[in-house]
Design a protein around this ligand. Structure first.
Ligand SMILES: *Cc1c(COP(=O)(O)O)cnc(C)c1O
Length: 401
């Protein structure tokens, strides 16, 4: 008997995160005994009589063994009954928004991922879906809700200012005002190892698998998980109808990646905490945003919402010297690579105002705390000391006139 047969992918499972990450969806191949499942490239599957497939698969857009295995492990790690994988995090977002009727209203936190903001304001709006943004969702929610509000979108920690939203507070507020509005949480920045939004009342949790879940900067993919059968069936239909599905190879790679997520996420968090502490005490730094610091504005929520109050691998900070200071810093590091994206084994850094968040109007971006001098770090899993030295020397270099 395999562990997968003993461990149903249900929230009640008594197994820990690491055991589930490694074993759920990873049954031995029944034909060869292969411990690691083969990549199933076939686009179609034989039937014994019309409409009577030999196995459970018919056509690979609808379902494929590698995608199914990956969806199983993610459902288990997010404590959800169901998961659906997509060709990118953006495709997962698009499927969720496509499930809303024309004329629906959405409320979103202000400093969302740039691509999510773009989808709300340049794509969903053309299908008659209007989105209001707020930088203080708990205060503003009761005033923003309209009769046609269908969805609330939260990203916590937010990108790139790492502000924290109390998911259970938003969920309780929604339930008290209109329980039919569903709450979506983008959990990309923390990964299921550090935060499980469904446990705090979210209806759907969504990830860019491209980041921590795959974790090796070599796959673009997305996934969502839910406990609601109604939402699952609606989104399953759209997954097949729209067809933005991941390839078997990408599903297999992402499944391999998630098996070490717990190791990577905890190492990235301890490295990031050391760097955030260094930044906080440096004279060339104006402000540091890191949820793992006790000085973070919402540290109480972090303690309640994150596993072991881990801060994750993402940091942002404002450097002295404005846009110039930021440009000098990001071109002075030797281990941190100047690049978009995050959540991989290697450390990256970027300037959101001119890179990931360049598409957001200046006034709106600055209201959300994304100033020209803000630098975002994605701290990898290299040696802590090497990363600290790299940051230190870049801070010194960028101080020079
Ligand atoms: C990258 C990212 C996305 C979009 O995912 P893709 O896989 O790039 O389409 C969505 N949300 C967050 C927080 C992200 O970092």
């Amino acid at each position: 008997m395999t562990l997968e047969e003993i461990v149903p992918s249900t929230p009640e499972s008594q197994f820990g995160f690491a055991t589930k990450a490694i074993h759920v969806g990873s049954a031995h191949d029944p034909h060869s005994g292969a411990v690691i499942s083969p990549i199933s490239l076939s686009t179609t599957f034989a039937q014994s009589s019309p409409a009577n497939p030999i196995g459970v698969y018919e056509y690979s857009r609808s379902q494929n063994p590698n995608r199914e295995a990956f969806e199983k492990v993610i459902a288990s790690l997010e404590n959800g009954k169901y998961a659906l994988a997509f060709s990118s995090g953006s495709a997962a977002t698009a499927n969720i928004l496509q499930s809303l009727a024309q004329g629906s209203h959405v409320i979103s936190v202000g400093d969302v991922y740039g691509g999510t903001h773009r989808y709300f304001t340049k794509v969903a709006n053309t299908h008659g879906i209007k989105t209001d943004f707020t930088n203080d969702i708990i205060t503003d929610l009761p005033n923003l809700i309209q009769d046609n509000t269908k969805l609330v979108w939260v990203e916590t920690p937010s990108n790139p200012t790492l502000s924290i939203t109390d998911i259970s507070k938003v969920s309780q507020l929604l339930k008290s005002i209109n329980p039919n509005i569903f709450l979506v949480v983008d959990n990309t920045f923390l990964s299921p190892y550090i935060q499980n939004p469904l446990n705090h009342g979210a209806d759907i949790v969504v990830h860019s698998v491209t980041k921590y879940i795959n974790g090796h900067s070599d796959v673009v993919m997305g996934v969502l998980a839910t406990n609601s059968q109604i939402l699952y069936e609606r989104l399953l239909f759209l997954q097949n109808a729209i067809g933005a599905i991941p390839s078997p190879f990408d599903s297999w790679l992402a499944h391999r990646g998630v098996k070490t997520l717990h190791l990577r996420a905890s190492r990235a968090s301890s490295n990031a905490l050391a760097i955030a502490s260094l930044l906080q005490n440096h004279s060339n730094v104006l402000a540091v945003n890191y949820p793992g610091l006790k000085t973070h504005k919402n540290y109480k929520v972090v303690q309640k919402q994150h596993r072991d109050a881990l801060g994750g691998g993402m940091i942002s900070f404002r450097i002295k010297g404005g846009a110039k200071g930021a440009a000098k810093f990001v071109s002075s590091t030797k281990i941190f690579t100047l690049a978009e994206s995050l959540g991989g084994i290697e450390s990256l850094l970027e300037v959101p105002a001119v890179m990931t968040h360049a598409g957001i109007p200046v006034a709106e971006r600055e209201k959300a705390g994304v100033f020209d001098d803000l630098i975002r770090l994605s701290v990898g899993v290299e040696d802590e000391n090497d990363l600290l030295q790299d940051i230190k020397q870049a801070l010194e270099l960028s101080q020079l006139k």
